[in-house]
Design a binder for this molecule. Structure first.
Ligand code: CP3
Length: 349
């Protein structure tokens, strides 16, 4: 059969298929967020954060804001990793200034009370509508990234009912009742496949798996609960949607970043700022595209250090496929002008 797939011209898609570009494409985690006055205005219009996530028109608008302002190479769907537990039946709310709160799962009964995976779309349809809106609204050179939380990270919130500094409650359940813990990881693995698959059907061109708390899994636990679910999710997506690239972000994986492409089938491994770009070039980029890894605090402090660090990372990763990004999300106290300085340093050398 003749190959009818269109040539990949979007810079991010080229990097994700292994091309080394002279100027790395760039986007930024949490690029639609509170550091932008236009985001704060739209969020106020929506009323609260969750209403913004479920309002497809306003979620489309905030996704496009950083594209209009900066011309990033990718837009990331505006939503949250905690919408999936909500779609599975967990209660979810956000406490201003503190963060998310959820009903907790501590035993078999809590797990059994969750809704079947097939029912998630009922809640998540507005998210798919946002993806469809974006697929029709983005400039042709800008790629659309969908996302989900990885099972372990989402489980840490479902077990504790909130963010925790050390993921203590999730580790405790893992030790006290491994069958229930593993059944939750299994349920989330299946639900994540369906969720990301629906985003791809709606028009997402790339998907990213956020495992923000992967670093607290050690040894065999990392392999079982970070690597293995990522491998299964990626295999299922590749099977259903050949050619859709996947970015995996096992944050703070340290030396476990090395080999993660091969172990999971990810097209790109995103790295936080606790590893040096030079180490990443030698140990991770040898297996494929990498994304990262400027400290997000530079978006607050700016100055010469921002420019020199940006250039150092671009240089260190110039020998292979690289997507420039921060090591974690931009924070609300960041100066929007520093984002432009970073982009200029990446694109202008
Ligand atoms: O990156 C983007 O611009 C896309 C949208 C996006 C959000 N959250 C919007 C958001 C993405 C990809 C996420 C992922 C997410 N959400 C993660 C994984 C990435 C990471 O940061 O480690 C996690 C752990 C969450 C859960 C979550 N959502 C927390 C802990 C919080 C509260 C902390 C905070 O920053 O306020 C959120 C809220 C949230 N998600 C905001 C945004 C823009 C701020 C909400 C607001 O406007 O008040």
């Amino acid at each position: 059969m003749p190959d009818t797939t269109p040539p990949k011209t979007k810079p991010i898609l080229r990097a994700l298929t292994g091309e080394t570009l002279s100027i790395p494409p760039i986007w930024m985690m949490r690029q639609a967020g509170r550091y932008l006055p236009e985001y704060r205005a739209t969020r106020a219009e929506a009323g609260d954060f969750l209403s913004l996530c479920y309002n497809s028109d306003l979620a489309t608008e905030v996704t496009l804001q950083p594209i209009r302002r900066y011309g990033f190479d990718a837009a990331i769907l505006f939503a949250d990793i905690l919408l999936l537990p909500q779609a599975l039946g967990a209660d979810l709310w956000f406490v201003t200034g503190e963060g998310p709160r959820l009903s907790t799962i501590t035993d078999r009964a809590g797990l059994d009370a969750l809704r079947p995976v097939a029912d998630i779309h009922e809640t998540l349809n507005p998210v798919y509508q946002t993806v469809r809106n974006l697929a029709g609204a983005l400039p042709p050179e800008v790629a659309l990234i969908g996302f989900a939380g990885a099972p372990w990270t989402v489980a840490t919130y479902m077990i504790a009912g909130r963010g925790t500094p050390d993921q203590g409650p999730a580790h405790a359940l893992k030790e006290a009742n491994r069958p229930v813990f593993e059944a939750l990881i299994e349920r989330l693995t299946e639900a994540t496949i369906e969720y990301l698959s629906a985003q791809i059907n709606a028009g997402a061109e790339v998907v990213k798996l956020f495992d923000s708390w992967a670093g607290s899994l050690k040894g065999a636990d990392f392999d079982r609960y970070a690597t293995e679910p990522a491998r299964r999710i990626i295999a299922a997506l590749k099977d259903r949607h050949p050619g859709i690239p996947v970015i995996a972000f096992p944050r703070e994986a340290g030396e476990k970043y090395s080999g993660f492409h091969k172990q999971t089938g990810a097209d790109c491994v995103a790295v936080d700022d606790s590893v040096s770009a030079e180490w990443v070039a030698a140990n991770v980029q040898v297996d494929g595209c990498v994304q990262g890894n400027l400290k997000s605090s530079h978006m607050v402090t700016g100055g010469e250090a921002l420019v020199s660090e940006t250039r150092r990372i671009v240089r260190a990763l110039s020998g292979g496929p690289h997507i420039f990004n921060l090591g974690h999300g931009i924070t609300p106290d960041a100066d929007p002008d520093n984002v432009q300085r970073m982009i200029d340093a990446v694109r202008g050398g």
